[in-house]
Design a protein around this ligand. Structure first.
Ligand SMILES: NC(=O)C[C@H](N)C(=O)O
Length: 311
């Protein structure tokens, strides 16, 4: 059952309005208005949901009577949504994502405290202009860097370059900023994006098969994120088939399956000759989104590489 444990649960059963009602004192932090865009497990997010959510958040941020937006979201794909909003919603107003690792029925559910902290951060003047934020477990992370790194623990989220700050006594305390562009400084604007080009991810393991990449190409993928070993390695036996993809107009983005650390262009692999792109330090799911955004502006590998080194 879904009683005291945290591994078994039913997701997306409580409405936004009821989530808010379950947090004592929330109304004292800010004037709140709830809106229910979807009520789904975040595993069920498609690009359609992502585009619809980003458009709605952007529209809300344009309203004079809205100072900030809090998005409650399942934790499984929260990092993808956070990154997408970070790059495509042109605003300085705080956008804060939060969720729960334990179901509301658990003995020590974390959702209410997380929501309370997310609202406190969103309502605080110091939170503006920092890009999209994720508040979980008393930490404030950047949508650029944060990833779910544990399946169950309350401290399931981590940023490879560290959190931006902490929630201390109900207020944000900041320690760093992200250096890369976001919000209005980003060249991507959700109101000028009709659809996202198809991009697939293939994760490396021993004994790979080139046909998996071909399947993505056959589906019409314009780019494939190769989540390679370590520094984005491509096995010797895959080099020829993957080089052929380029001739079919499919871009290969070399990324690391480790989920952290940069992939260095030209290191051991002649990316210039192959027309390949490296992801810099982006993890595979976020590299998929950034590749798709870059491809909305054209498919030239040099231009896509510039995007990966800039954001
Ligand atoms: N509620 C959660 O955090 C887990 C759930 N599978 C989701 O991501 O929607």
């Amino acid at each position: 059952g879904v009683g005291a444990g945290s591994a078994a649960y039913q997701s997306a059963v409580v409405t936004a309005q009821d989530l808010m009602a379950g947090v004592p004192g929330l109304g004292a932090l800010a004037q709140l208005q709830a809106e229910q865009l979807f009520q789904i497990d975040s595993a069920d997010f498609t690009d359609q949901h992502l585009l619809q959510l980003a458009r709605r958040v952007a529209a809300l941020c344009r309203q004079d009577d809205v100072d900030a937006v809090v998005v409650t979201h399942g934790t499984d794909t929260m990092e993808e949504t956070a990154y997408f909003l970070h790059l495509t919603v042109p605003t300085d107003k705080p956008i804060v994502l939060t969720g729960a690792m334990r179901p509301g029925t658990a003995l020590a559910a974390d959702g209410p405290a997380n929501l309370r902290q997310a609202v406190a951060v969103a309502a605080h003047a110091s939170s503006a202009g920092r890009g999209v934020l994720m508040v979980m477990n008393e930490e404030i992370h950047s949508g650029r860097d944060v990833a779910k790194v544990h399946s169950l623990r309350l401290d399931a989220f981590a940023s490879q370059h560290g959190a931006l700050g902490l929630v201390v006594e109900g207020a944000p305390r900041w320690y760093r900023r992200v250096e890369r562009p976001h919000g209005a400084a980003s060249e991507f604007d959700i109101d000028r994006i009709d659809a996202l080009p198809l991009v697939g991810v293939v994760t490396s393991h021993g004994n790979m098969r080139a046909e998996i990449y071909d399947s993505w190409a056959a589906l019409g993928a314009r780019a494939i994120v190769h989540a390679g070993f370590g520094g984005g390695t491509v096995p010797e036996y895959l080099k020829a088939p993957l080089a052929e993809l380029r001739a079919r107009g499919v871009l290969l983005v070399r990324c690391s399956r480790t989920g952290a650390g940069p992939v260095v262009r030209g290191a051991s692999i002649d990316d210039d000759a192959l027309g390949w792109v490296v992801s810099d330090d982006q993890n595979p799911p976020r590299a998929r989104l950034l590749a798709a955004l870059a491809l909305t502006r054209g498919g030239d590998p040099t231009a896509v590489q510039r995007v990966f080194l800039r954001y």
